[in-house]
Design a protein around this ligand. Structure first.
Ligand SMILES: [Zn+2]
Length: 69
C-alpha cells in the first residue's frame, strides 16, 4: 500500500515514484484519500472537481459548521 500526500498532481510526478494498483493520493480539494492506482497523482484529475469530490467537500463544510471532527 502506497500512500501519497500531494498538494497537486505535479508535486510528485517529478519524484518518479513507482505506483501500484493500491496507490492512493490525498485529494487537495476534499482531503479524501483517492485510489489512483498506477496512474499515480495524475489520476487525481479523474477525481478532482468531479461529483464525488464535490460531495466530499460539501460534507466537510457541513461537518465544520456543526463543529464535528
Ligand atoms: Zn477530492
Amino acid at each position: 500500500m502506497i500512500k501519497i500526500e500531494a498538494h497537486g498532481p505535479d508535486d510528485l510526478l517529478k519524484d518518479k515514484i513507482k505506483y501500484d494498483v493500491t496507490t492512493t493520493v490525498c485529494c487537495p480539494e476534499c482531503g479524501e484519500d483517492v485510489n489512483v492506482g498506477t496512474a499515480g497523482p495524475a489520476g487525481l484529475s479523474q477525481h478532482t472537481g468531479k461529483s464525488k469530490c464535490k460531495k466530499n467537500v460539501e460534507r466537510k463544510k457541513k461537518q465544520q459548521k456543526e463543529g464535528k471532527t
